[in-house]
Write a protein that binds this ligand. Structure first.
Ligand code: FUB
Length: 339
């Protein structure tokens, strides 16, 4: 299913093999964001292994103990999620792992639950926005951070020494950020869990927020009561597509829905779902991103899903499938594949 991409990508690599299998890489990963940097595809996912059972809590090192005290959590299933790997490919078929592009050891305020990175190139530097610490309420340490590198494979260094967004605005949990550059160069960041989505404008340094002309910094854009998390923005033929995940993140019905709008800040009109479980292949398919093959109108969706027989909520794997638009700009339901 991915073979055509090898022919179309603006890459110097030619004649790649024809078959790619889903999952695209071994191991537990989730929340993949797919990007193109210098003619190469990049995927930045969450490392998604589980920490163990509540009755058998893992041991903490001194740094984790100190940070856990600040985040007020007793036990967390996300304690192994302390780093981010990235994957790169010339053709969407052959993937190279880039281990530990970000590690909490290099982020003073982050301890675990390092989630859902969003990467963007800006004036020759690479910015990696990430969530950490899974904060539960205001006053706890955690939120959305930003790290910088001269290369897409990192290592990324925390740029602020604290979260860029560490508080709850409009009821939105500060996770699942996605940075989008519009055609006029303005950078927006979409984010939010707990059934609320916000959009903010990034200042030109990408390290601070720029209020909107109406003075509001955090604009709520929750597109639908079913919205849960994992917002993603794409633009095609002048139309803005706000996409997100619905359902329980550990459940089989986790899915992807989308809305369309004429502006990056909405209003957005919900159209429907585009990715759902397939009882023959995998369940819990969600938290996605999409990519356009340069020079074409061919699109792919990267997402995570659960193997049919795996019971651990954190065990998710990465897949890529084709995404097709209809003539009227709506999106066809994705056919999940194993290859
Ligand atoms: O991977 C950790 C969390 O699970 C993400 O932030 C959510 O979107 C869900 O996929």
């Amino acid at each position: 299913v991915l073979a055509q991409a090898a022919l179309l990508v603006v890459s110097t690599v030619a004649g790649m093999a024809a078959q790619a299998a889903n999952p695209i890489v071994p191991g537990w990963y989730a929340d993949p964001e797919i990007r193109i940097f210098d003619g190469r595809y990049w995927i930045y996912p969450t490392y998604s292994d589980a920490a163990g059972k509540p009755e058998q809590p893992p041991s903490f090192n001194a740094r984790q103990k100190r940070l856990r005290a600040q985040t007020q959590l007793i036990w967390e299933p996300f304690l192994k999620q302390t780093f981010l790997d990235a994957f790169s490919s010339p053709d969407l078929v052959h993937w190279t792992r880039h281990p530990h592009v970000l590690d909490v050891e290099r982020v003073a305020w982050a301890a675990y639950a390092v989630w859902a990175p969003s990467a963007i190139e800006h004036h020759g530097r690479y910015y990696l926005f990430f969530g950490a610490n899974d904060i539960k309420s205001n006053g706890q340490l955690g939120g959305i951070g930003v790290a910088v590198s001269d290369r897409p494979e990192g290592p990324f260094r925390d740029a602020l020494g604290k979260p860029l967004i560490g508080e709850i605005h409009n009821g939105a949990q500060p996770i699942d950020q996605m940075v989008f550059k519009d055609d006029d160069g303005q950078l927006y960041m979409y984010y939010g869990g707990w059934k609320h989505a916000n959009v903010v404008r990034l200042a030109p340094d990408l390290l601070s927020l720029l209020p909107f002309p109406d003075g509001v910094t955090y604009k709520e854009i929750t597109p639908d009561p079913a919205y849960v998390e994992g917002s993603f923005m794409a633009k095609r033929k002048g139309v803005y597509y706000l996409m997100w995940s619905e359902g329980e993140w550990t459940g089989p019905d986790y899915r992807v829905a989308y809305a369309m709008g004429a502006s990056p800040v909405g209003p957005f009109r919900r159209i429907g779902t585009i990715l759902e479980q397939d009882a023959r292949i995998a369940r819990g398919a969600g938290h996605h991103s999409i990519v356009n093959i340069p020079g074409s109108d061919d699109w792919y969706i990267a997402y995570h899903r659960r193997p049919l027989n795996d019971k651990d909520g954190n065990h998710r794997e990465l897949a890529i499938d084709r995404l097709y638009f209809n003539e009227d700009g709506t999106i066809r339901p994705v056919t999940m594949t194993s290859e």
